[in-house]
Design a protein around this ligand. Structure first.
Ligand SMILES: Nc1nc2c(c(=O)[nH]1)N[C@H]1C(S)=C(S)[C@@H](COP(=O)(O)O)O[C@H]1N2
Ligand SMILES: [Mo]
Length: 309
């Protein structure tokens, strides 16, 4: 679990200061009666506590930029964090507002934040209805992070937590939920947080041609040694520490003692290999440098990713 003070923060707009006494969450759209919930109204729903990692889509952008420059914050490998989140399930709140799982015409649940740009347009995002209204699903309206009320930076008093889905859809300072046939029209759903093949550049990009990122592969990472660090081998070996996810999404902290031109995990059942290229040849490990730590991406479309360090 990452402590709140060390958890990465990504805010696109000025952070709002929300008074819990006057806070309101509006629910509207197809198949629901219009509801305005106060903070204390959320207490009537059963509280669930889940452990889920959030990762910004731009995590490791600095490494991608070495292959081809990409726009956006030049994150290293730490735009990811794992925490315990508590709050009612979105499913329960929407069901209570009258929404049926098979409501015709509903395809997306849109979220709006209370943070707005200078033209008063709020941050927004949406997730597909199948994820939002899975009766066994675990999308929650979190009021707590690691057992404490959310901090202001992480969305006080309420944020959406969508396990397995890219950070951008985990809307903070949640002000509105709209049940809709369409995706959110927000900039961050339509013109940002989309992936393109390497032949596309800023002159040719057409955002309407790519789907908004939802599920995001979670990556493994080598944390120690860091990139560029000089290392000395002991008995021809180097200790490498990092994190991996198993295929059942259990977290494992690994310490590997392998050396070849790659360093790989010692557990062959692990689905991911963090591959750490050493700059010099095998025969000459003394004082060699760690160069790019590449992680193979896990299979796309991971639904529920729990627990990464
Ligand atoms: N209202 C609102 N929600 C938001 C954002 C934002 O700017 N405004 N940023 C998103 C992005 S891009 C990410 S990666 C995550 C980051 O969550 P964190 O700051 O709690 O780590 O929040 C998401 N939710
Ligand atoms: Mo993000």
């Amino acid at each position: 679990m990452v402590v709140v003070d060390l958890f990465y923060v990504r805010n696109h707009l000025p952070v709002p200061e929300v008074d819990p006494a006057t806070y309101e969450l509006e629910i509207s759209g197809i198949g629901v009666k219009e509801v305005v919930l106060k903070l204390k109204d959320l207490d009537k729903y059963k509280t669930y506590t889940i452990t889920a990692a959030i990762q910004c889509a731009g995590n490791r952008r600095s490494e991608m930029s070495k292959v081809k420059p990409v726009k956006g914050l030049n994150w290293g490998q730490a735009a990811i964090g794992n925490a315990e989140w508590s709050g009612p399930r979105l499913y329960d709140v929407l069901t209570d507002a009258g929404l049926k799982v098979d409501q015709p015409g509903v395809h997306h649940i849109q979220f709006e934040g209370l943070d707005t740009d200078p033209a008063n347009v709020p941050y927004g995002a949406s997730i597909p209805i199948e994820k939002a209204m899975d009766p066994n699903g675990d999308v929650i309206l979190a009021t707590k992070m690691n057992g404490q009320p959310l901090s202001r930076d992480h969305g006080f008093p309420v944020r959406v937590i969508v396990p397995g889905v890219v950070g951008a859809r985990n809307v903070k300072w949640l002000g509105k939920i709209v049940v809709s046939g369409e995706e959110s029209k927000s900039h961050w759903q339509q013109n940002d947080y989309k992936g393109f093949c390497p032949s596309v550049d800023w002159d040719t990009v057409d955002f309407s041609k790519a789907p908004a990122i939802q599920e995001l592969p979670v990556i493994s990472g080598i944390c120690d040694p860091i990139e560029g660090e000089s290392v000395t081998l002991r008995d021809g070996k180097l200790k490498v520490r990092g994190e991996l996810l198993r295929d059942n999404f259990q977290q494992v902290r690994v310490t590997c003692l392998f050396l070849d031109t790659f360093i790989t995990s010692f557990d062959p059942r692990l689905p991911i290999l963090s591959v750490c290229h050493l700059q010099k040849l095998k025969a000459d490990y003394e004082g060699c440098m760690i160069s790019t730590c590449v992680s193979r991406l896990m299979a796309p479309l991971i639904q529920n990713v729990y627990a990464i360090i």
